[in-house]
Design a protein around this ligand. Structure first.
Ligand code: SAH
Length: 369
């Protein structure tokens, strides 16, 4: 039993069952006992591993992408380079190293990081100390200064909590977290259906079907897209998720590289969802900006030249390093013949947001907007 488990049970006793959204947001973001408040989630000894931790190639390609994108938006100076949820800071460190080929870009750069975890912010500070830039940290997107911004978000949107609804005969009932007869956390349903809620693909949902609604993610995306439409810049979102309207629940708990029960030991496991890319794209359009993609990660990285970059690295590597490069390439991008071959290459997707009327950024050229 964790301190957060006790706290949430007390809350439910006092005010009744809470939404899945409230539960997840407490479990991961509670300022003292939340998962991101005190844990080092990333890496072999943590709970999960992300693309920039698999290989430097990921961040390097994104760094070059930033330079190219900056030129297409008219090379504004100063320009903000922003990362949402930068983890250990590896992506940004690799990106800035690759961007050294463009000193004019680096000279006009103001680096901003949006992070709620003190542990991870410390790691980012250490990784970026050698960058020669003077990074600024913020706890929310709203705290960022105004101006054209290149904004990166890798595995950030999956952290944002969703509401869940289960189909009953008379409509969609919100799934809640309450207490069972032994006083343990359990799932239940709101007695009345949610007024005015229709799911994509209506009519005809079957009883018992689950619908996830990422209101927090869509709201944040709408604010970011409105900012880009008004002030200029580009947003790049890379995450695991789905494109077409999907039913079913994707909320998952991961602890020590294994799936766990989301209601067990809140604060100890990472809770996340698959990102609703269709919903994000609709939020972008609603805010007057343009969405490009999503493109499967493997395909996007291949278009950016990851296979060529791997070939270059291989040339200067010993046998053990070559094996590591090959396995990283396979995990991130699949193999050349079948770019959707591996889990990460297919399940992970890239989406870009620009002001309306802008050409697709690199890697999104062939994508249907
Ligand atoms: N982008 C990194 C880390 C992904 S893990 C990588 O690819 O390795 C998610 C990151 O988002 C962590 O840095 C976490 O602390 C941060 N985070 C989660 N929820 C957040 C929120 N609501 N606001 C700001 N940062 C958040």
């Amino acid at each position: 039993m964790t301190p957060l488990d006790t706290l949430i049970r007390e809350m439910i006793v006092e005010t009744g069952p809470i939404s899945v959204e409230t539960y997840v947001s407490l479990a991961i973001s509670h300022p003292v006992h939340g998962y991101y408040a005190s844990k080092m989630p990333l890496g072999e000894s943590g709970d999960f591993i992300t693309a920039p931790e698999i290989s430097q190639m990921f961040g390097e390609l994104i760094g070059l992408w930033c330079v190219a994108v900056w030129r297409t938006i008219g090379a504004p100076r100063p320009v903000l380079l922003v990362e949402l949820g930068p983890g250990r800071g590896s992506l940004m460190a690799d990106a800035l190293r690759a961007a050294r080929i463009a000193p004019d870009f680096l000279e006009g750069l103001n680096l901003h990081l949006v992070e709620t975890s003190e542990v991870l912010a410390a790691s980012q500070r250490a990784q970026l100390a050698a960058s020669g830039l003077d990074p600024k940290w913020h706890r929310t997107v709203e705290a960022l200064p105004a101006g054209p911004a290149i904004i990166l978000a890798n595995e950030f949107f999956d952290c944002l909590p969703v509401r869940q609804f289960v189909r009953g005969t008379g409509g969609w009932h919100e799934r809640l977290v309450g207490l069972n007869s032994e006083g343990h956390l359990c799932f239940g349903l709101a007695p009345d259906p949610e007024p005015g809620l229709t799911a994509p693909g209506e009519p005809g949902p079957e009883t018992g079907q689950v619908l996830e609604a990422g209101f927090v993610a869509a709201g944040l995306m709408a604010r970011l897209a409105a900012r880009i439409a008004a002030q200029g810049g580009v947003l790049l979102v890379i995450d695991y998720g789905y494109d077409l309207p999907a039913r079913g629940e994707t909320l998952q708990a991961v602890k020590r590289h294994r799936f766990a029960d989301p209601l067990r030991d809140p604060g100890e496991a990472d809770l996340s969802v698959h990102v609703d890319f269709g919903g994000l794209a609709r939020a972008v359009q609603g805010a007057g900006a343009r969405a490009h993609g999503p493109v499967p990660q493997g395909e996007w990285l291949a278009r950016l030249g990851i296979h060529e970059r791997a070939a270059t690295l291989r040339r200067h590597a010993d046998e053990r390093q070559r094996a590591a490069i090959d396995s990283a390439l396979l995990r991130l991008a699949g193999n050349g013949a079948d770019p959707s071959g591996t889990n990460m290459a297919r399940l992970f997707k890239a989406l870009a947001v620009t002001a309306p009327g802008l050409a697709p950024p690199p890697g999104f050229e062939m994508a249907l907007a």
